[in-house]
Design a protein around this ligand. Sequence first.
Ligand code: URA
Length: 226
Amino acid sequence: MGKAHNLRHDGQMTFQPPTNLTIVNHPLVLHKLTLMRDKNTPTAVFRQLLREISLLLAYEVCRDLPMTTRHIETPVAPMEAPIIMGKKLVIVSILRAGNGLLEGMLDLLPSARVGHIGLYRDPKTLQPVEYYFKVPDDIASRTTIVVDPMLATGNSTAVALDRLKEKGAKNLRLCTLLAAPEGIERFHQAHPDVPIFTAAVDEKLNEHGYIVPGLGDAGDRMFGTK
Ligand code: URA
C-alpha cells in the first residue's frame, strides 16, 4: 500500500493528490491489473482477475476498521480475542461495472449488506443520470464502501455519494480499480471527507471520457457486451 506519489505510468506527477488517496500498489494487484488492461484478455479471465483484485482492495479498505474484543475459549485457554466492532458493513455497487468489484468484496465480507445505484453517463454531456437506487434503510449506522471500478470524470461517483449522504450515510469510503487525476480532483472537491482507494492512477482522460491508458469500458469488458 502506498500514499500517492509517482502517480503516472511514466513516473510524472501532474496534480496534487489528496492525502486521503491510497494507492494499493501491491505486486499482486499491479500484475493482475496489467493482465486486465491487455485488450487480448478474454472476458472470463478479465472477470476472474477483477474478482481477485477486489478481494485485495477490500483488504486495504478495511484496514482501519474499529476493533473490539470478544471473550472466547480456544481448546487450550480462554482469551479476549479481537473482532470487528459495530454493525455489518454496507457495500454499494455503482451499476453496472461496480458489480464486478462487489463480487470479490463479498467473498471477503460475506455478511455485508449490499446497495445498488444505477447511473449511466449521457454520452453527449458525460453527465450522470440516475435510474435505480436501493440501499439498506439503516445505512446511517453502518460503514459504507462504495465500489466503482473506473473513477473517470468523477461526476457519476460524486452524484452517487450525494445520494448516499442524503440517505444519512456518514462513514463512507470509495473503492475503485483505476482513477484519472481529473476524477480524483472532482470527487475530492465534492467529498473531501471520503477516502479513496485505487489500484492505480493513470495519465488522463481522453475526449470521450475514457481513462488513458486505462482498460477500455470496464462494463463491456466484464460482461462481454462489445
Ligand atoms: N468508464 C469505463 O468503463 N472506462 C473508462 O475508461 C472510463 C469510464
